[in-house]
Ligand binder design. Structure first.
Ligand SMILES: *Cc1c(COP(=O)(O)O)cnc(C)c1O
Length: 406
């Protein structure tokens, strides 16, 4: 893959010519594949960020985001930056120095929340669950009662492990403690139900490159009126100029006052990705993610591969597979990419070298992709020491699709 010198880049391309990239089937933890209509949107000519024509597109994008988050929150907009910028937005705006934040940690992203909250000046306490498991709401409630936090923060869909923590019981714990609930919905939004208003989420953030199937670069956020009151009641200024909601909401409202240049092309892309979500319908989209997860799980089981998360706590859009005994992690992923054009994710943190993470997110969640992956694993795994019949996985998945009438 790597070539040296002579005006060639790392992909072996000639720098004096325009570049082309390989087609990949993106089945990792994000980014997911992007619909051609979203790519077309990216290629539209630029408008200025204060041009009325662009502002109308920005209005549409915010309205579509509210529908997708299932909220009427006025402060709902895409933060410039990836999902982690959405995380920073929530903490840096809601925390003043010394505020107490209780963070639920059951994987990499809960850890990152605790780090970001501490950097924002919070006194942080953690309540933990084992990797690969959901949080226990009773443990969160008793930790909350003891600690008395201003905020309880949780990850809805822990992409590092594939575990789903239902929001309503954690939201109830937050209410019982008089705390605001901050939820990471980066991997959940548009893949499984996210009900911001119904569940009483005070602030949440997402990312564009997971189940929304848009390129990475924006972090949709939504703040309840209670959360906005907390921001307005601050005694100190927000430590980040770039993410300061007290200024940003003047652009992302009818005022449309310049703060920083909106990432125009990404907003075109997000608007189109959200239109695709609404065209399909959220319920149908959740059902599609569930179906392809079940087909993949059936195929994996037939290949004697196991998922690390217990059945009822599994995310359909992120499948953490235990690397079988005697098989090396990296060569399998390398062959998938090089010979089959399929990207899957490696394990992170305590799961490093021990799991493969298979994302079935947004446009990537399809029968074609599930079957392609199972077929490729059927070729690669026996050669790497896991003795299974090559087509066992494909056959089991096909049977599941037939039985589901799909
Ligand atoms: C991907 C992800 C993030 C971080 O998003 P970036 O776009 O990589 O900054 C945060 N939380 C969860 C749960 C994620 O899956």
């Amino acid at each position: 893959m790597t070539s040296k010198g002579g005006g060639k880049d790392r992909g072996g391309q000639d720098r004096s010519a325009p570049f082309t990239v390989s087609r990949r089937i993106l089945l990792g933890p994000g980014p997911s594949n992007v619909h051609p209509r979203v790519l077309d949107a990216l290629a539209q000519p630029l408008l200025g960020h204060l041009d009325p024509e662009f502002l109308a597109l920005a209005d549409d994008t915010q309205a579509l985001l509210r529908e997708t988050f299932r909220t009427t929150n006025a402060v709902t907009f895409p933060v410039s930056g990836t999902g982690s910028a959405g995380m920073e937005s929530c903490f840096v705006n809601l925390i003043e120095p010394g505020d107490r934040v209780l963070v639920c940690v059951n994987g990499v992203f809960g850890n990152r929340m605790a780090d970001v909250a501490a950097r924002s000046g919070a006194e942080v306490a953690r309540v933990e669950a084992p990797w690969g498991r959901a949080m226990d709401p009773d443990a969160v409630l008793s930790a909350g009662r003891q600690f008395g936090p201003k905020i309880i923060a949780m990850v809805h869909a822990e992409t590092s492990t594939g575990a789903l923590t239902p929001i309503p019981p954690i939201a109830a714990a937050a209410r019982a403690c008089g705390a605001l609930l901050v939820a990471d919905t980066v991997t959940s939004l548009a893949g499984i139900p996210v009900e911001v208003d119904l569940w009483g989420v005070d602030a949440c953030y997402s990312g564009t490159q997971k189940c929304l199937s848009c390129p990475p670069g924006l972090a949709p956020v939504s703040y309840s009126s209670t959360a906005i009151e907390a921001v307005r009641a601050r005694k100190s200024r927000v430590a980040s100029w770039y993410l300061d909601l007290t200024m940003l909401t003047r652009y992302w409202s009818d005022d449309r006052v310049y703060h920083h240049t909106a990432p125009i092309s990404m907003i075109y892309a997000l608007r189109e990705a959200l239109r695709l979500v609404q065209e399909e319908g959220l319920e149908a989209r959740w059902a599609r993610h569930a179906l392809h997860h079940r087909a993949l799980a059936a195929g994996l089981e037939a290949m004697e591969l196991s998922l690390v998360v217990p059945g009822e706590e599994r995310l359909p859009q992120l499948n953490a597979i235990a690397v079988p005994e005697g098989v090396e992690d990296a060569p399998v992923r390398r062959r998938l990419l090089e010979e089959f054009g399929i990207e899957i994710g490696a394990g992170l943190g305590v799961f490093q070298g021990k799991v493969w993470r298979v994302g079935l997110m947004g446009y990537s969640a399809s029968r074609e992709n599930v079957l392609a992956l199972l077929e490729a694993l059927g070729v690669i795994l026996p050669a790497q020491g896991h003795r299974v019949e090559a087509l066992a996985g494909v056959d089991a998945a096909e049977k599941l699709y037939r039985d589901a009438g799909a």
